[in-house]
Ligand binder design. Structure first.
Ligand code: ZN
Ligand code: ZN
Length: 102
Protein backbone atom coordinates (compact mmCIF):
# COMPACT_ATOMS: atom_id res chain seq x y z
CA UNK A 1 0.00 0.00 0.00
CA UNK A 2 1.35 3.35 -0.97
CA UNK A 3 1.66 6.10 1.54
CA UNK A 4 1.76 9.81 0.96
CA UNK A 5 4.35 11.69 2.94
CA UNK A 6 3.45 15.10 4.29
CA UNK A 7 5.84 17.24 6.27
CA UNK A 8 4.09 18.91 9.16
CA UNK A 9 4.85 22.64 8.97
CA UNK A 10 4.53 22.92 12.73
CA UNK A 11 7.05 20.30 13.82
CA UNK A 12 8.78 19.45 10.51
CA UNK A 13 8.26 15.76 11.12
CA UNK A 14 6.89 13.62 8.32
CA UNK A 15 3.37 12.24 8.44
CA UNK A 16 2.29 9.28 6.37
CA UNK A 17 -1.21 9.00 4.97
CA UNK A 18 -2.37 5.78 3.32
CA UNK A 19 -3.03 6.41 -0.37
CA UNK A 20 -6.65 5.35 -0.02
CA UNK A 21 -7.23 7.96 2.66
CA UNK A 22 -5.37 10.53 0.65
CA UNK A 23 -7.68 9.89 -2.30
CA UNK A 24 -10.63 10.95 -0.18
CA UNK A 25 -9.11 14.21 0.95
CA UNK A 26 -10.49 17.42 -0.44
CA UNK A 27 -9.14 20.91 -0.25
CA UNK A 28 -9.99 22.46 3.09
CA UNK A 29 -9.83 19.18 5.00
CA UNK A 30 -8.15 19.36 8.34
CA UNK A 31 -6.10 16.62 9.91
CA UNK A 32 -4.19 16.42 13.11
CA UNK A 33 -0.46 15.93 13.19
CA UNK A 34 0.32 12.72 15.04
CA UNK A 35 3.62 14.14 16.16
CA UNK A 36 2.74 17.51 17.64
CA UNK A 37 -1.06 17.65 17.64
CA UNK A 38 -1.26 20.67 15.36
CA UNK A 39 -4.33 20.97 13.14
CA UNK A 40 -3.26 21.01 9.51
CA UNK A 41 -5.46 22.23 6.71
CA UNK A 42 -4.98 21.09 3.14
CA UNK A 43 -4.93 24.28 1.14
CA UNK A 44 -4.36 22.43 -2.06
CA UNK A 45 -3.75 18.82 -3.04
CA UNK A 46 -1.87 19.34 -6.28
CA UNK A 47 0.61 20.53 -5.45
CA UNK A 48 0.25 19.39 -1.89
CA UNK A 49 0.12 22.35 0.41
CA UNK A 50 -0.73 22.26 4.10
CA UNK A 51 -0.89 25.04 6.64
CA UNK A 52 -1.17 25.00 10.41
CA UNK A 53 -4.58 26.27 11.40
CA UNK A 54 -4.18 25.79 15.08
CA UNK A 55 -1.12 25.38 17.21
CA UNK A 56 -0.52 21.94 18.61
CA UNK A 57 -0.17 21.21 22.27
CA UNK A 58 3.47 21.98 21.98
CA UNK A 59 3.10 24.74 19.45
CA UNK A 60 6.20 26.74 20.20
CA UNK A 61 8.20 26.22 23.30
CA UNK A 62 11.43 27.75 24.35
CA UNK A 63 13.43 26.77 27.39
CA UNK A 64 13.97 29.42 30.00
CA UNK A 65 17.67 30.30 29.85
CA UNK A 66 17.78 30.60 33.61
CA UNK A 67 15.90 27.58 34.94
CA UNK A 68 15.17 25.47 31.86
CA UNK A 69 11.38 25.51 32.21
CA UNK A 70 9.68 25.16 28.82
CA UNK A 71 7.61 28.25 28.10
CA UNK A 72 4.90 28.42 25.48
CA UNK A 73 5.34 31.27 23.04
CA UNK A 74 2.28 32.64 21.31
CA UNK A 75 3.51 35.58 19.30
CA UNK A 76 6.64 35.76 17.26
CA UNK A 77 9.02 38.38 18.57
CA UNK A 78 7.10 38.83 21.83
CA UNK A 79 9.07 38.86 25.03
CA UNK A 80 8.03 36.13 27.44
CA UNK A 81 8.27 35.80 31.18
CA UNK A 82 9.14 32.51 32.80
CA UNK A 83 6.30 31.40 35.08
CA UNK A 84 8.75 29.55 37.30
CA UNK A 85 11.51 32.03 37.97
CA UNK A 86 10.17 35.28 36.55
CA UNK A 87 13.01 35.70 34.09
CA UNK A 88 11.90 37.84 31.12
CA UNK A 89 13.52 37.43 27.73
CA UNK A 90 12.79 37.51 24.03
CA UNK A 91 13.18 34.10 22.40
CA UNK A 92 15.65 33.69 19.59
CA UNK A 93 13.26 32.88 16.79
CA UNK A 94 15.97 31.73 14.46
CA UNK A 95 16.19 28.66 16.68
CA UNK A 96 12.47 28.22 17.13
CA UNK A 97 11.33 28.59 13.58
CA UNK A 98 12.93 28.53 10.21
CA UNK A 99 12.66 31.60 8.08
CA UNK A 100 9.87 31.33 5.58
CA UNK A 101 10.73 34.21 3.35
CA UNK A 102 13.13 33.39 0.58
ZN1 ZN B 1 3.49 18.27 13.66
ZN1 ZN C 1 12.84 30.29 34.45
Amino acid sequence: MDEIEIVCPACNDPLYIPAEEYDELVEGDVMECENCGAALEFLSLEPLEVVVVEGGEDAFFVDCPRCGTPIEVEEEGEPVTCPECGYAFTPDWSEVEEEEEA
